[in-house]
Design a protein around this ligand. Sequence first.
Ligand SMILES: *[C@@H]1O[C@H](CO)[C@@H](O)[C@H](O)[C@H]1NC(C)=O
Ligand SMILES: *[C@@H]1O[C@H](CO)[C@@H](O)[C@H](O)[C@H]1NC(C)=O
Length: 179
Amino acid sequence: MLSRVILLSALTAVAFSCDTVWPNGTDKALTWFPSCAGAITFYSLSTQDQSGKAEYPITLTKPLVIITDINNPKNVYESPNLKQTINLWSWGGLGACQWSTVPTLGLLSNLDACTNGVPCPVKTGRQTLPITMDFTGYDSIIKLLKDDSPYQLEMVLNDNKTKDKTCVIAQARTYTKVH
Ligand SMILES: *[C@@H]1O[C@H](CO)[C@@H](O)[C@H](O)[C@H]1NC(C)=O
Ligand SMILES: *[C@@H]1O[C@H](CO)[C@@H](O)[C@H](O)[C@H]1NC(C)=O
């Protein structure tokens, strides 16, 4: 009897573990959405490797290219005024299916966007803007992260000249080890 109860509890724990839940269908495909009421409109967002091949799951052990289709209505953005901050969250833990901040010790805060993957100047109008995210310099952080798991990445762009802000979140199944 006792062993049955234990078995049942063990099964329940597995069923409710966040390891078995991929938020927003990230096991199959990328999800993205704007995360502030920014100046730029995003129409689509997809991921590629550096050779232009579609990449999913994404991998943080090599540079990742995020292809965005955007409309930039008013202002041209350029170095050194355009600042980029990348925020990163991991998913879950036992019994807590939620995003938890991955502390990056400020390494990814307030960088010059134009020398960190954003092709500048960002001109006005509808355009395809490929943004490169390169975490290879942060392998001491990346290697500690669980492999083949959901991660949430937010890119925040602040232009200190116009005070325009742009933010977008992508949620993806992510490799943190070489596959
Ligand atoms: C799933 O995506 C929607 C936007 O499409 C977002 O509002 C929601 O917070 C996401 N869920 C999780 C668990 O992140
Ligand atoms: C914006 O930041 C750059 C680089 O730190 C600086 O040179 C510039 O003066 C700043 N501009 C404004 C309007 O604060």
